[in-house]
Design a protein around this ligand. Structure first.
Ligand SMILES: *[C@@H]1O[C@H](CO)[C@@H](O)[C@H](O)[C@H]1NC(C)=O
Length: 341
């Protein structure tokens, strides 16, 4: 019976040691081949580690949570007491900074006429209005007159000192089109009952010059750009006052980091308009930020290509170099043999 052993399956027959011979030109070819293999290996490794950002777009099919807005803006000519902030959206939300707004986590810091912060504490707007729900879907506005009077005095006082205000914080709003309305407090109650005002007056502030430190909709990821950050609009002396409008399209974005961690956030694009306010018009100054949610979701993927793929390429590189080197070695051996003869 023929000797059938597993060794017969080997594709690599080993010559006996006394039949092999090492030559110096063979050594040179081996060294060159080895360096080439190392060089190509490092090159592949570098390619594997390099950032491969892939951006994809698709229709947003998920039901997502509420929208988180981060804001940090400086109004150099509007005192904190005068600056009003309302959020309105198409689902019927109407929140204001004088009515115990729940989703708002905004803080006001008073700035002196030079732009330096006054004190450490934030400015707390007197809460003069409260919606009383009547349990049948309706509501009634309850106005706290002492708080409104306090607010009025503070408005006059801060305006007299040419104060400014830094508005900073975040708020959670519904995922529908809406508007952040920044303007000056009007206090309807004093319009209805002017006798309450006595010798006070409501300051008329028209200079809504502002500097935007940040407007963003969710956490940051590497390479994210918020187009409004650092934006500034100043109404120079002698020019007409203006009301500003920003129209923002919020684009849901999912970011996958290198290690596969997901960050759910939003990018946005913005267009900006302003309209003049004639000096004798009853219009009030304002900055409106209208936002709307895009139905398209963007996926930004920083994950590297698969490791198995990398292994396949590695084998191809090393095997290829090995084969080429062997071929070269044979040629070199042949040539050397001819020359020596
Ligand atoms: C509006 O306020 C800005 C910032 O304080 C100031 O530079 C500018 O001169 C003011 N404009 C007018 C018309 O008062």
């Amino acid at each position: 019976m023929a000797k059938l052993s597993i060794a017969r399956l080997s594709a690599y027959a080993r010559p006996e040691a006394h039949l092999t011979k090492q030559t110096s030109h063979g050594a040179i070819v081996t060294l060159v081949g080895a360096s080439l293999a190392i060089f190509l290996f490092l090159n592949e490794l570098g390619y594997f580690w390099k950032l491969h950002r892939v951006t994809k777009m698709s229709v947003d099919l998920e039901r997502r949570h509420d929208l988180n807005i981060n804001m940090d803006m400086v109004f150099s000519a509007v005192p904190c007491a005068v600056l009003s902030m309302d959020i309105l959206d198409v689902s019927g939300t109407m929140e204001s900074d004088v009515n115990f707004a729940r989703g708002m986590n905004m803080h006001k810091h008073r700035l002196d006429s030079k732009g330096k912060q006054i004190g450490k504490a934030e400015y707390l707007t007197p809460q003069s209005q409260q919606m009383i729900q009547d349990g049948m879907g309706g509501g009634m506005m309850n106005i706290n007159i002492p708080q409104a009077m306090k607010h009025l005095t503070e408005m006059e006082d801060e305006e007299g000192h040419h104060e400014g205000c830094r508005l900073k914080g975040n708020m959670v709003v519904k995922r529908v089109a809406g508007r952040i309305h920044l303007s000056v407090h009007q206090h309807q109650i004093f319009m209805m009952m002017p006798q309450l005002m006595g010798s006070h007056h409501i300051p008329r502030v028209l200079n809504m010059s502002h500097h935007i430190h940040e407007v963003s909709f969710g956490p940051h990821y590497p390479g994210m750009v918020n187009p409004l950050d650092g934006f500034e609009r100043i109404i120079v002396r002698g020019k007409q006052y203006e009301a500003f409008k920003y129209f923002i399209k919020v684009v849901p974005t999912e970011y996958y980091s290198r290690l596969g961690r997901v960050t759910e956030t939003h990018q946005y694009s913005v267009t900006e308009y302003s309209s003049p306010i004639p000096a004798d018009s009853p219009l009030v100054a304002s900055v409106d930020i209208m936002y709307d949610i895009s139905p398209i979701v963007v996926t930004v993927n920083d994950r590297p290509p698969s490791f198995l793929h990398f292994l396949v390429r590695m084998c191809a590189v090393i095997g290829g170099v090995f084969a080429v080197t062997r071929m070269t070695d044979r040629w070199v051996h042949w040539i050397v043999g001819k020359v020596v003869k």
